[in-house]
Design a protein around this ligand. Structure first.
Ligand SMILES: NC(=O)c1ccc[n+]([C@@H]2O[C@H](COP(=O)([O-])OP(=O)(O)OC[C@H]3O[C@@H](n4cnc5c(N)ncnc54)[C@H](O)[C@@H]3O)[C@@H](O)[C@H]2O)c1
Length: 453
């Protein structure tokens, strides 16, 4: 394919050189003439493993060249990859200035190209060339492409994105330092496509590259990059905080992590990584509290670990706010124990939720197949009697009793009997705390609100 790559920084340079190495005809564009000259001299403008040899080779064979002329690059290509920087503004917001500018430039060049092609077609009776696709590789917040860049492109092209010009988001997942190696063996390929033809054009670029391919809506592709980077940062922060606590407690943190990492069921696995309701139970809150306390006693600052419980509490509060927003007063709660299949109520987040709603004066009824006051024993019974003394009056004996009572229902369980009985439609309002199995279908219903869409 004939490819133009905008921005010859880390991402653009590696993309341009690797695509040229795969046999595409590539032109790199940068506003920085020094970078353009370096590439045309067969030299890499960035320091990266293997990039020097690769650029020397592809420039020598003519597969890659560089220019500062946007118009020329667009004229000579079928697909444009936008790899310009998106730095932080001083207040932390994302700077989209370079993205906006380059989109305007590409749009204007495309409009000119379309006018020239039309003239030529009229003169020679020739067929018009296929449509151009603009692919954003820069990291940008969800919504940036569709709400900011597509309108700019449409204005300058004078046409409709997805019809007259292809648009896709193809985030970059390569690590600086090993990005050439990663390019040919990426962790995954993600294509956010405005329409299938835009996605096809991107995937044609990567033919033969291994790894799973995900074709998703444009904002999803934008968000995936943030999910990845936030998680990577969180992982490093977690490991370092845990290492510091272990060190202070005289424990070999690497030995701890060796065993931690060997657990592929609960630790290095999809477990606990689906958005849903707050956690609770007799272990997680207690153990986080004592670990953070031990760190504080040892003068070890652990901001990530010490904010896990506040984060959890804020998440629970979001559910309360969803109920408040309905304006209804008669509420039903399905589920009470801290997780399915147990009657353990100690530190159950659903008990905490019931308490907050009760405290705000909601007329509440609760159903949990595993919880009946007569069956609760020992620590559990004592816990509920202290924490929620009015529980007995709030507990219902059946799903129907709650449904008959409630104007708004909070669903905190995937109990099949509850799922089967949940009505569809406007009333009662269903507040889904657990991402119900039919959440995707329910999303379109007027009475459905998801805590974790
Ligand atoms: N560096 C990484 O490892 C990495 C990884 C994944 C994603 N990203 C994202 O990719 C994007 C680019 O990152 P980078 O590190 O390559 O940035 P960079 O700052 O190294 O390079 C950006 C280049 O774009 C050029 N540029 C700016 N405006 C231009 C225009 N109108 N026309 C042509 N060129 C223009 C600049 O001169 C510069 O050379 C960012 O959004 C970044 O967040 C970076």
């Amino acid at each position: 394919m004939r490819v133009s790559v905008f921005g010859l920084g880390y991402v653009g340079c590696v993309s341009a050189a690797c695509l040229a190495g795969m046999g595409h005809e590539v032109v790199g564009v940068d506003v920085n003439q020094v970078k353009v000259d370096l590439v045309n001299d067969g030299k890499a403008p960035v320091v990266e493993e293997r990039i020097g040899e690769l650029i020397a080779e592809v420039v020598r064979t003519g597969a890659l060249r560089a220019t500062a002329d946007v118009r020329e690059a667009v004229m000579d290509s079928d697909i444009s990859l936008v790899c310009v920087g998106t730095p932080s503004e001083p207040n932390g917001s994302l700077c989209t200035t370079y993205l906006e500018r380059v989109t305007e430039q590409i749009g204007a060049a495309l409009a000119e190209r379309a006018a020239l092609a039309e003239e030529a077609a009229l003169a020679e009776g020739a067929r018009q060339r296929g449509r151009h696709t603009v692919v954003f590789r820069s990291t940008m917040l969800p919504g940036t492409c569709l709400n900011l860049l597509v309108p700019i492109l449409e204005k300058f092209v004078g046409g409709t994105a997805g019809v007259d010009v292809g648009v896709a988001v193809n985030p970059e997942f390569l690590r600086e330092g090993t990005s050439v190696r990663d390019f040919f063996d990426p962790p995954k390929t993600v294509v956010g496509e405005l329409d299938p033809a835009s996605g096809d054009a991107v995937l044609a670029l990567y033919e033969g590259v291994p790894g799973e391919v995900f074709r998703v809506p444009v904002p999803t592709a934008e968000a995936i990059k943030y999910a990845d980077n936030a998680f990577h940062g969180l992982k490093i922060g977690f490991a370092n905080e845990l290492g510091a606590v272990c060190q202070a407690l005289g424990v070999d943190s690497h030995q701890v992590m060796d065993v931690f990492l060997a657990d592929r069921k609960l630790n290095i696995s999809p477990a606990y990584l689906r958005p849903g309701f707050a956690f609770g139970g007799s272990c997680l809150p207690k153990d986080l509290r004592s670990l953070v306390h031990a760190a504080q006693r040892a003068d070890v600052s652990v901001p990530i670990l010490s904010h896990v419980l506040p984060s959890n509490s804020d998440h629970l509060q979001r559910a309360v706010e969803l109920v408040e927003r309905t304006g209804k007063r008669r509420a039903g709660l399905f589920g009470l124990s801290f997780k399915p299949g147990t009657d353990d109520l100690r530190e159950s987040p659903l008990v905490e939720l019931a308490e907050r709603l009760f405290g705000k004066g909601y007329d509440l009824k609760i159903y949990d197949a595993n919880v009946s006051l007569s069956r609760l024993l020992g620590a559990n019974r004592e816990y509920i009697e202290n924490r929620l003394p009015h529980l007995a009056q709030l507990l219902a004996d059946s799903v129907e009793e709650v449904l008959d009572h409630a104007e708004v229902c909070l669903v905190g369980t995937r109990d099949p009997a509850v799922l089967a009985a949940l009505p569809h439609g406007e009333a009662p309002v269903i507040i889904d705390l657990v991402h119900l199995p039919d959440a995707d279908a329910r999303r379109a219903e007027p009475g459905y609100v998801g805590l974790a869409w």
